[in-house]
Design a protein around this ligand. Structure first.
Ligand code: ATP
Ligand code: SF4
Length: 321
């Protein structure tokens, strides 16, 4: 598969009263055409910032310091607003985190859809209704009922599916889903995950699936990137990462999930806390929590080591010193 998106040494900071938050700090990754890439990491590891940077919809206190994001070869970082308009939502779309609150409570779903279409120059009401109905049906919703409802008349799972349909409306090549099931109960979560898998099978759409729950990644993704404190620490295909994780943080993350280790008794929470990204520890950011930390880890950042094609780990245990 060819790359659709290549993120190269990306650095993004937020200005805050205490200083600069280094939210994404030297991240590199490739997304292949037609795959589901999972991005996993604890809260605050920079996953949402990475997604907002790809779409160039960061808040005003954020700054892309350096790096590039090549979408089919064109750099989104250096692109001006005019050129970006052809990419955002049309070629790359996103279901944002906390999406359930994203719908205006005073507008019927049909009006949301018409407004979205109009914002992209589509004014043919008949076409809009046909297109959204087809998508809602694919997501197992009854179009007529849903389109004439207000958001409060729909359940959480229904609203989430409406937002997925809206993100698919312009037929983007890449869709970023930021914690699409987190706010839902377990049964609805399962249902939405199955729908997303089905959607991927039917459309072959490239997806970036962001979650803090590594168990979900095992279920939906082809490859997975593990983030820790603004850094990518390991990336590879799901089978390899779950069968033979290399980075101590990935190993710890897998051991912290009861459904993956077998029982709650065998579960081992990761001791300590993620670092403050205004003043992160020198060297490897995981070193204060890492049982294998060596002297070099406390002073020098680990380089990327490609263990086998497509499996990359950023850890001194595997690097030449
Ligand atoms: P979560 O799953 O909790 O959303 P995340 O992995 O998506 O976490 P981000 O939301 O990208 O992480 O946050 C990365 C870091 O940037 C955190 O330290 C967070 O506090 C900080 N941050 C995020 N948004 C802002 C902002 N608007 N201003 C200042 N700091 C921010
Ligand atoms: Fe642990 Fe060192 Fe590897 Fe960091 S670089 S994860 S501290 S062994």
């Amino acid at each position: 598969m060819d790359p659709i998106l290549e993120v190269r040494n990306l650095h993004v900071v937020y200005r805050s009263p205490r200083g600069y938050v280094r939210a994404v700090d030297g991240v590199s990754m490739t997304v292949l055409d037609g795959e589901v890439l999972g991005i996993v990491g604890e809260s605050g590891s920079g996953k949402t910032t990475l997604a907002l940077t790809i779409l160039r919809i960061l808040p005003s206190n954020a700054k892309i310091v350096s790096g590039s994001i090549l979408f089919r070869g064109s750099d989104l970082v250096s692109m001006d607003e005019n050129a970006l308009r052809d990419y955002r939502w049309k070629r790359i779309s996103m279901v944002p985190q906390a999406a359930l609150n994203a719908l205006n409570p005073t507008m019927k779903i049909l009006d949301h859809v018409l407004e979205t279409a109009q914002a992209h120059g589509i004014r043919d009401r008949k076409y809009v209704i046909e297109r959204i109905s087809e998508l809602l049906q694919m997501l197992r919703l009854e179009p007529e009922r849903v389109l004439r409802s207000y958001p409060h008349e729909l359940s959480g799972g229904m609203k989430q599916r409406v937002l997925i349909a809206l993100a698919l409306f312009l037929d983007p090549e890449l869709i970023i889903l930021d914690e699409p099931t987190t706010a839902l109960d377990v049964l609805t979560q399962r249902f939405i995950l199955d729908l997303l898998k089905d959607l991927h099978r039917k459309t072959g759409k490239t997806m970036i699936f962001i979650t803090h729950d590594i168990a979900i990644i095992a279920d939906v993704a082809d490859r997975v990137g593990v983030m820790y404190a603004g850094k990518m620490v390991e990336i590879g295909d799901v089978y390899t990462i779950f069968r033979d994780p290399k980075h101590p943080y990935t190993k710890a993350l897998i051991k912290s999930i009861p459904s993956l280790v077998g029982s709650v008794e065998d579960m081992k929470p990761i001791p300590g806390f993620p670092p403050d990204l205004i003043n992160p520890p020198p060297g490897c950011r995981f070193h204060p929590r890492c049982p294998y930390a060596m002297d070099v880890c406390r002073s020098r950042e680990p380089p990327a080591v490609e263990l086998r094609p497509g499996h990359v780990v950023w850890c001194w245990l595997y690097a030449k010193r």
